[in-house]
Design a protein around this ligand. Structure first.
Ligand SMILES: Nc1ncnc2c1ncn2[C@@H]1O[C@H](COP(=O)(O)OP(=O)(O)O)[C@@H](O)[C@H]1O
Ligand SMILES: [Mg+2]
Length: 248
């Protein structure tokens, strides 16, 4: 199963949410960094100490001569014991449009033994990773709860539905509200975007900084509001994937 997380504008917490979700996935899961504006995990979660050849560019080169499982074995890196395995993203803006995203996405969606949570960064119509989004089983639009954030999210919601060729309110494209009630509640945001509500992740700057900036987790990290919220959402997404597969 391939889950794509994407934002409309600003920096609502796509990378943080993708890592938190993958870390709490009920079965094996890989976090794929596919932000077209450049990856963050090497400098963030990885604190600048990432093996130089562990990333998507190297994996794509490997794919010319070997199978996906071998490429992933070589290029996926798990920076800490509490982190999910990560395939780190591109280093330079502009590289994203050179990658064979539809091939990568189709293969990752069928990966035996693991689901993939992809950080697709900010949605960009022309230059982004839309071919990857098209291969996702589920797209999750990540947004904050300000009026500006909601406006931007509601503008791209129909574009995402177009990518998966689904109608408004189809659960294959849903919205995740990061830090709701600041000031708008998640239910209102879902209504404004005409997207089903996947759920919300609470305001939890300390736990968030573990994922976004590589802060050391405190003693309560596993039970933190962010990690508990992520566990609930990861469970719901994994179950949704199972049901979809069962129905197919
Ligand atoms: N649930 C949350 N609560 C508090 N702060 C958060 C939360 N999620 C993300 N953040 C913070 O927001 C900032 C942007 O997060 P990031 O994941 O890098 O966003 P994006 O990938 O959308 O650019 C970071 O400082 C991160 O720690
Ligand atoms: Mg990001």
């Amino acid at each position: 199963m391939l889950v794509g997380l994407v934002s409309a504008k600003g920096s609502p917490g796509v990378t943080t949410s993708a890592l938190a979700l993958a870390s709490q996935w009920p079965r094996a899961a890989l976090m794929l960094e596919a932000d077209p504006f450049g990856g963050d995990v090497r400098a963030g979660l990885g604190s600048g100490e990432w093996p130089p050849a562990a990333g998507i560019m190297e994996a794509v080169v490997d794919l010319r001569s070997t199978d996906l499982d071998v490429a992933l074995d070589r290029r996926v890196h798990r920076p800490t014991e509490y982190s999910p395995p990560v395939l780190a993203g591109i280093g330079c803006v502009g590289q994203a449009s050179t990658l064979p995203w539809s091939r990568i996405g189709a293969a990752l969606a069928r990966l035996p033994g693991a689901d993939v949570v992809a950080d697709c960064g900010r949605f960009a119509v022309a230059d982004g990773v839309t071919p990857l989004l098209r291969t996702c089983d589920v797209i999750v639009l990540v947004t904050g709860s300000s009026l500006r954030a909601i406006r931007a999210a509601s503008r791209i919601a129909p574009l995402l539905q177009e990518e998966l060729d689904v109608r408004p309110r189809d659960p294959r494209v849903s919205v995740l509200v990061v830090v709701p009630d600041a000031p708008y509640p998640a239910a209102e945001i879902s209504e404004a975007c005409r997207l089903p509500l996947l759920g919300e992740l609470p305001d939890d700057p300390r736990a968030a900084a573990v994922w976004s900036d590589g802060d050391r987790p405190g003693r309560g990290f596993t039970r933190s509001p962010l990690q508990r919220g992520a566990r609930r959402l990861a469970g719901a997404l994994a179950t949704f994937g199972d049901n979809q597969r069962g129905a197919a």
